[in-house]
Design a protein around this ligand. Structure first.
Ligand code: ZN
Length: 204
């Protein structure tokens, strides 16, 4: 299947020296182990037109085992072949963030490896989620939210600190369930927490 030529490339201009977008006037893309563009481009800074051959390493689909709470999902992540993968460092996902927990390369564990030499990456999702609150303030209800780890649990009867207010949780709407009046729900499954402000008693 032929790869369409890009509409523009970021290149360093040989005429004006500016590194910036070059409009592709004509060209084609080929290559096996790398993406090779051959064609004619126009510098957007000075208007110079020239022929170029541009080579980019082809991204790889690296096997990834991504765990989130109790679950592990086998998937792949697209990386440049020379990109370095390091245990303990962040792995950029299409959605969210993860930290690399282990790498296998050539059948053994390693602390780091080039993407082209990685057999499998293990990573753990590190996202936080927003938990929505409806807080009864007595004569009105206000919306608040708080950041929590996906597996952080909220229980009916808990008092949650929302910064300037402390809120007693009395109901939780859980994804795919009706509103609960008792129980514990992890942050990632919460649609909304209903609570009321707890009056602080500083003295008696
Ligand atoms: Zn130029």
């Amino acid at each position: 299947m032929p790869v369409p030529a890009p509409s523009a490339l970021v290149l360093k201009c040989e005429s004006c020296g500016v590194e910036g977008p070059h409009r592709v006037l004509r060209g084609k893309v080929g290559g096996k182990d790398e993406i090779v563009f051959e064609g004619v481009v126009k510098c957007s800074a000075c208007g110079a037109v020239r022929s170029v051959t541009n080579r980019e390493p082809k991204p790889l689909e690296v096997p990834l085992i991504l765990s989130w709470m109790e679950r592990s999902v086998r998937q792949t992540i697209e990386m440049g072949p020379g990109e370095l993968v390091v245990v303990g460092e962040e792995l950029p996902l299409a959605e969210g963030r993860a930290v690399v927990t282990a790498i296998e390369t050539k059948g053994r564990r390693a602390q780091q490896a080039k993407a082209s030499e990685v057999d499998t990456i293990w990573a753990k999702k590190t996202d936080q989620v927003w938990v929505a609150f409806s807080v009864n303030m007595g004569n009105r209800t206000v919306a608040r939210r708080v950041l929590a780890a996906p597996d952080e649990e909220f229980a009916i009867g808990d008092i949650v600190d929302l910064g300037r207010d402390r809120v007693l949780v009395h109901r939780i709407k859980r994804t795919g369930h009706k509103t609960l009046r008792e129980g514990i729900v992890p942050a990632e499954d919460i649609v909304r927490v209903y609570g009321r402000v707890v009056r602080e008693r500083t003295s008696y």
